[in-house]
Design a protein around this ligand. Structure first.
Ligand SMILES: Cc1cc2nc3c(=O)[nH]c(=O)nc-3n(C[C@H](O)[C@H](O)[C@H](O)COP(=O)(O)OP(=O)(O)OC[C@H]3O[C@@H](n4cnc5c(N)ncnc54)[C@H](O)[C@@H]3O)c2cc1C
Length: 395
């Protein structure tokens, strides 16, 4: 790491003059890494660092463009006004919608699906069709089965070819709605679904075969940020243990402002196949079938139909409020020594999640963009920014 003891006021847009003078008086070091700026005290205690969950020392992820195993693109099914969970009668069928969860569909899955299942009529004949085999369709199917329903899932694509497979898998409701566009009814529904989802996922933590674990999350910021800057940490602190703003002595990262919390990581490549086997074990059927329109859907034998089609609801139910937010993730070889998640640390909204199927790098949110080809510049940015973020770790 190249360091300089000269303070360059022009390179620190986010600090007031008073903050700079305070830091200069405390002997601050300004570190530059080819365009990446960090401001840290001249002396830091260094390792070992106290960690709330893990007994491992911090390890630096090995980020190397030549080691990329996969680059995946997915479209988050986003609605500014929030996801849709409601039942309606169409002809002699009851259709119950459960779609539009944006960048938080894994997170919301159990809770949202529980609300959807609660809309089911109390009939003697309990045969339901679930359209969609992503996380929402599978969770809905499981909850229906637990209530005594016979379930058939119909889907155009099955895992591993769903958006749910592209998800990073952090348990956090990010990009689920726009606060400016929601109404009070949705706010209440969201709260209920989030809390329920947390309860149900918590039961799966460390249960063999599900790929659900608790992880430390570190937010690497260039400007001061606290839990109050993230609505889910501010409004639901009880769901995110160990929230703390860390001093530079308490973490190994080069970023000047680091915040931490603990939350669950749900690994889609383990979790989704497990849900499929659970649905099968409970007597469910899964059929590959694409529906072109509502009329075709209404030809199904089942009188109760759950619409868990994600972005597919845009065409199928003409929901023009559904907007794709394009995402792209990069997978590098797995590294068991890295067990913490990071958010930020460079240009763009970056994240690094260590999973059994690899170290995953993300950080693409392109609203309204639905092209599914991987973008080489985006991959290069994710790799470059993460290399910068990790190379100067004090470990
Ligand atoms: C890059 C990226 C990172 C993400 N990270 C996270 C994260 O860390 N945490 C988190 O909680 N969420 C995350 N998400 C969001 C999450 O992936 C989605 O919200 C979630 O997968 C939506 O699930 P779903 O079941 O509604 O949709 P999908 O997984 O898209 O499933 C929809 C199903 O419906 C079927 N279908 C659609 N139309 C039809 C039709 N006409 N006929 C028949 N079948 C049809 C599809 O084939 C599919 O089986 C991320 C998303 C992306 C893209």
């Amino acid at each position: 790491m190249k360091t300089s003891h000269h303070l360059d006021l022009n390179l620190a847009p986010n600090l007031s003059r008073r903050e700079w003078l305070k830091l200069a008086g405390a002997g601050a070091t300004y570190a530059t890494l080819s365009g990446c700026s960090t401001l840290l005290p001249a002396t830091r205690r260094g390792p070992p660092y106290a960690r709330p969950l893990s007994s491992l020392p911090f390890s630096r992820p090995h980020i190397d463009a030549t080691q990329i195993s996969r680059v995946l693109v997915g479209l988050r099914p986003y609605r500014a006004a929030g996801f849709v969970v409601r039942g309606e009668r169409v002809g002699d069928k009851i259709i119950i919608h459960n779609y539009g969860h944006g960048g938080g569909g894994i997170t919301m899955s159990w809770g949202s699906s529980a609300l959807a299942v609660a809309e089911a009529p109390d009939t003697a004949q309990k045969n339901a069709a679930v359209i969609g085999c992503g996380v929402m369709g599978l969770s809905t199917a499981r909850l229906l089965q637990d209530r005594g329903w016979n379930v058939t899932i119909y889907a155009k694509d099955l895992p591993p070819n769903t958006t749910s497979n592209i998800a990073g898998g952090l348990w956090a409701p990010t990009s689920v709605f726009s606060p400016l566009s929601i109404d009070a009814a949705f706010a209440a529904q969201f709260r209920q679904a989030l809390v329920l989802s947390h309860q149900l996922f918590s039961k799966l933590v460390n249960v063999p075969g599900y790929g659900v674990s608790q992880r430390e999350n570190y937010y690497l910021n260039d400007s001061p940020k606290t839990a109050a800057d993230y609505f889910y940490l501010r409004d639901y602190p009880e769901l995110f243990p160990s929230i703390a703003t860390l001093s530079p002595d308490d973490h190994p990262f080069a970023s000047p402002y680091v915040m931490r919390h603990v939350s669950m990581l749900i690994e889609p490549s383990i979790y989704l196949p497990r849900l499929i086997s659970d649905v099968n074990a409970a007597g469910g059927q899964i059929m590959v079938r694409a529906f072109q329109n509502l009329a075709e859907l209404l030809t199904l034998d089942e009188s109760v139909i759950f619409n868990c089609t994600g972005l597919g609801a845009r065409e199928l139910f003409n929901d023009t409020e559904l907007t794709p937010i394009r995402g792209q993730v990069v997978l590098l070889p797995p590294d068991e020594r890295v067990d913490y998640l990071t958010h930020g640390g460079g240009q763009g909204l970056l994240y690094m999640f260590p999973r059994a199927d690899g170290i995953l790098l993300g950080g693409a949110y392109e609203r309204g963009d639905s092209h599914l080809e991987a973008d080489a510049d985006t991959t290069a940015r994710m790799v470059r920014e993460h290399v910068r973020a990790f190379q100067s770790m004090l470990i």
